[in-house]
Ligand binder design. Structure first.
Ligand code: THU
Length: 160
């Protein structure tokens, strides 16, 4: 008989006042980064901020293109930008937020599948968990302990 495998994902749901100082700084930088998004087609502004083990922060925003698939999400802009400019830095946390142009309410920011795969790559590379802090519904935040919680059954170097 087939056996069933259940997967449980644990995450924290936090009110803004429950964020610690570093988390607040990362979310604030992601919110600032969203203002720099180049998103003339979707008008959906996404900001991402990486908190590094050394305490510094690095940001990215979505960059769109008239040839739509040539654009890139905020999360990958941040991750590739960091890796290209400061290779081999350990990432402690990735914070993501989003809003529509001309609106100041921040919206839930759920990383797309391709971004989750890229996040998984860097988590694998550094062999240490990357926490993920996402803007969630009702002004709350979702905090995941690891990218693995956002992407179970991931394809990594081990599968090649
Ligand atoms: N986008 C991101 O930047 N991150 C995501 O995880 C989802 C989507 C961007 C891509 C595109 O510029 C716009 O949001 C609409 O899809």
């Amino acid at each position: 008989m087939a056996s069933e495998l259940q997967i449980t994902i644990c995450l924290d749901v936090l009110a803004p006042e429950e964020l610690n100082t570093q988390e607040r700084q990362a979310i604030e930088l992601a919110q600032e980064a969203a203002a720099d998004a180049y998103a003339p087609y979707s008008n959906f502004l996404v900001g991402a901020a990486l908190l590094l083990e050394n305490g510094s922060l690095f940001k990215g925003s979505n960059q769109e293109n008239a040839a739509y698939p040539s654009g890139l999400c905020a999360e990958r802009t941040a991750l590739f930008g960091l890796s290209a400019n400061h290779p081999n830095q350990t990432i402690k946390m990735l914070a993501v937020t989003a809003r529509r142009r001309h609106k100041d309410t921040f919206l839930p920011a759920m990383p797309c599948g391709a971004c989750r795969q890229v996040m998984a790559e860097y988590e694998y590379k550094q062999q240490a968990p990357i926490q993920v802090l996402l803007q969630a519904p009702d002004g709350k935040f979702y905090r995941f302990k690891s990218v693995a919680d956002l992407l179970p059954f991931q394809f990594t170097k081990d599968h090649l």
